[in-house]
Ligand binder design. Structure first.
Ligand code: SAH
Length: 299
């Protein structure tokens, strides 16, 4: 293997390797907590000492710089240390009622801080939605987990233990698409705002999720070339569910989407299952998503 090939296989890490590699990272790496985000207990003394020794090793800093550069983020100090923060986020999701192990694992794997603005990185693992530019927001982790858990309850997903062929409407920053890609056979994610589509493409390229395709298009029409879908999830809510989405849902498939209630600003999370006989609609809790809009925005 050439030097280049070796580097290519190591950097950037594959998305599904992030969770596996980090727990085995040296204690020194895990012990380094950025001051701006350290909310947990004071690190154990021996870990602090190891971290201090590690700081004297220039090759370690070079390695970190290389990882940061490959991810094209402003070095925030979170980097690989965010594994512990995600584990804690996942624990909080369990307390909030998310019970699906694979969903919790996926949430604990995707580095959410890479998807938010550098200035907001300290809040990346709090249960809050955050602005991603162009008037849009990255959804709260608890809402992402809840919606994906609902999708996992679809007939095909229960049978195959996978989201299968999946359509996401509203790529946004690409965070939810990355989580979905860990649970699906293939994810097609559609975004109508070109700048967000382009940025998500850049971010997700560095995470190398091979089964994820980003499409710049109007998601109101779904995405016929890859239909039918076992799972359809929308991150934006309109007045009604577009008929194209229902048409592109496979038998045994499930759709989860916010829908605005007639005559009000209130949105409800709708779950639609397609059976041999037709469609079953179920309304769940009230939610608050950005509006589903038609047409493309190029710049
Ligand atoms: N899942 C996203 C959340 C993005 S917010 C994340 O993890 O960041 C919802 C997104 O839906 C916005 O980016 C918005 O531009 C997009 N959107 C709204 N209407 C759309 C449409 N018709 N087609 C595609 N994307 C749409």
């Amino acid at each position: 293997m050439s030097g280049d090939a070796r580097r290519a296989s190591k950097f950037p890490l594959r998305l599904d390797e992030l969770g596996k590699r980090n727990p085995t990272a040296p204690a020194a790496k895990r012990a380094q907590k950025p001051t701006s985000v350290s909310r947990g207990p004071v690190p154990k003394l021996h870990a602090t000492a190891v971290a201090a020794r590690a700081m004297l090793r220039p090759q370690q800093l070079v390695e970190h710089a290389h990882v940061d550069a490959s991810r094209r983020v402003t070095p925030s100090g979170l980097g690989l240390d965010s594994v512990e923060m995600r584990r804690r986020m996942s624990q909080r999701l369990t307390q909030a009622g998310v019970g699906h192990k694979a969903v919790l694992n996926a949430m604990a794997t995707v580095p959410r801080h890479l998807f938010v603005d550098a200035a907001l990185v300290a809040q990346a693992y709090e249960d809050t939605s955050l602005p991603i530019g162009h008037g849009q927001t990255i959804s709260k982790p608890s809402v992402v987990a809840r919606m994906i858990e609902l999708l996992m309850g679809g007939a095909n997903a229960r049978r195959t233990l996978s989201l299968g062929q999946t359509l996401e409407i509203g790529t946004g920053c690409g965070y939810q698409a990355a989580v979905l890609s860990l649970l699906a056979r293939q994810v097609i994610s559609v975004e109508r705002l070109r700048p967000l589509h382009d940025r998500a493409r850049e971010l997700l390229a560095s995470l190398r999720s091979d089964n994820l395709r980003l499409v710049y298009g109007d998601g109101m029409r779904g995405h016929p070339p890859n239909a039918p879908y076992d799972s359809i999830i929308a991150a934006a809510g309109g007045d009604a569910l577009p008929t194209e989405w229902l048409d592109q849902l496979a038998v045994g498939g499930r759709l989860v989407s916010p829908v605005r209630q007639a005559g009000s600003e209130r949105q409800l999370l709708m779950v639609v299952d397609r059976t041999e006989q037709g469609f079953e609609h179920n309304a769940c809790e009230a939610v608050h998503f950005v509006p589903l809009k038609s047409g493309l925005v190029a710049g």
